[in-house]
Structures are given as C-alpha cells and as structure tokens.
Design a protein around this ligand. Structure first.
Ligand code: ZN
Length: 208
C-alpha cells in the first residue's frame, strides 16, 4: 500500500495590515441542498460560544451554494447523511486568556494528495485570535468569543470551499481569496462570489 505524501496546501493567510453534538445549523433546511457535516476536533481550550458562532457564520456563507452545513464537536456516534469533513482546531480557540501575539501566518489549511483535496482541514486558532485582537474589537469576553467565532467561521467556509469544490484555486475577493485581513475576518459580511458558488455546486453534483 502506498503511503502518499501529504502536503499541507492551500493555506489561508492573513495580512497583518461541543455540547454542540448533533446540533443543526440555524438555517432552515432546503430540499435542494446537500448536507455537509463538519466534525470539529479541538486540540486545546475552546469557547463553546465561539464554536457556535463559527458554525453559524460558515453555514450562512455557504447556504447560497446549496450546502446545508451541520457541525458537531467530536466524532459522530452514528453515521451522518451527506458529506463528512473533519476540521481540527489547532491551538487555543477562546479569547478568555492572555492575548495572542499577532504573528503573520496561516489561518487554516486543507490537505491535497495527488491533486485531490481531502475532506480534512485545520484552523489555526492562535493566528485567528491574533487577527481578531489586532482589529481591536475584542471587548468583553462574550463579544470577543463571538468575534473569534465569526472569524473562525469565515476561515472554515474558505476551507470547505476548497474541499467541496475540490479545487485549489483562489479568487480575487470574497471568502475564496488567498488571504484575509483582520478586518475582513471580523467586520461587515464576507461572501462567496458567483463563480465560487458554481464551483461548490459542481462539487456537490459530483459527490451525489
Ligand atoms: Zn485557500
């Protein structure tokens, strides 16, 4: 059996400028949508409020592409419908401790083997925390964790775009751009472009 070389690819950078088990997204289900379940695996401390917000934000972004995003903390106790992806949370995913240092680096990444994007992704929580803090938006803890969750949700949507569309391409703006600033991670709205939506829909059709 061949052991393929796995390279961390498609890293999303930023510019320096779960009690949740089985919880569905807040989005109403659409009969034309395809369920995608993200199994979230933290390897350190995390805020449940941040993870809830992460799922909500990623589901909102992806909804227009026909993805009905569900998420759950830890391995599913039973099989799930639709597509399954595993998302590892690397580092500390809460805003309750000492501030993170802003170090330019990847916010998240997916894995590619022989030109195929695998259903595994990582979010670099320490770097995302640094970006949220640099935006000077972190106020009280709840607000800080909700903002962290929003930023995590945007990074998650980016990586899910790669995985579902099975593409390593990036766009010039929106969720699929190769780098996101602290501001883009935390404020306003960040959306998929029409071409990103089409790529995801194509990926969903192939997966059915
Ligand atoms: Zn990317």
């Amino acid at each position: 059996m061949t052991l393929n070389y796995v390279r961390s690819a498609l890293a999303l950078f930023f510019c320096a400028a779960p009690i949740l088990a089985g919880q569905p997204s807040a989005q109403p289900s659409n009969p034309l949508s395809t369920q995608v379940t993200a199994v979230v695996m933290p390897d350190g401390r995390y805020s449940r409020a941040a993870i809830r917000e992460m799922g909500r934000e990623a589901a909102r972004i992806l909804k227009k592409s026909g993805v009905s995003l569900h998420w759950q903390l830890g391995e599913p106790a039973q099989g799930v419908d639709g597509l399954l992806v595993v998302v590892k949370l690397v580092g500390r995913c809460d805003m309750d401790g000492p501030p993170a240092f802003l170090v330019p680096g990847p916010l998240g990444w997916s894995h590619e083997v022989n030109g195929v994007i695998l259903p595994f992704g990582d979010l670099a929580c320490d770097n995302i925390r640094g970006a949220v803090q640099s935006a000077r938006i972190a106020g009280d803890q709840l607000r800080g964790n909700v903002l962290l969750g929003r930023a995590m949700g945007r990074v998650l949507a980016h990586e899910l775009y790669h995985m579902v569309a099975d593409t390593d391409e990036h766009g010039e703006d929106g969720v699929a751009q190769p780098a996101l600033s602290a501001r883009e991670l935390t404020s306003g709205q960040l959306e998929l472009r029409p071409s990103d939506v089409a790529a995801i829909q194509s990926g969903l059709r192939q997966a059915r």
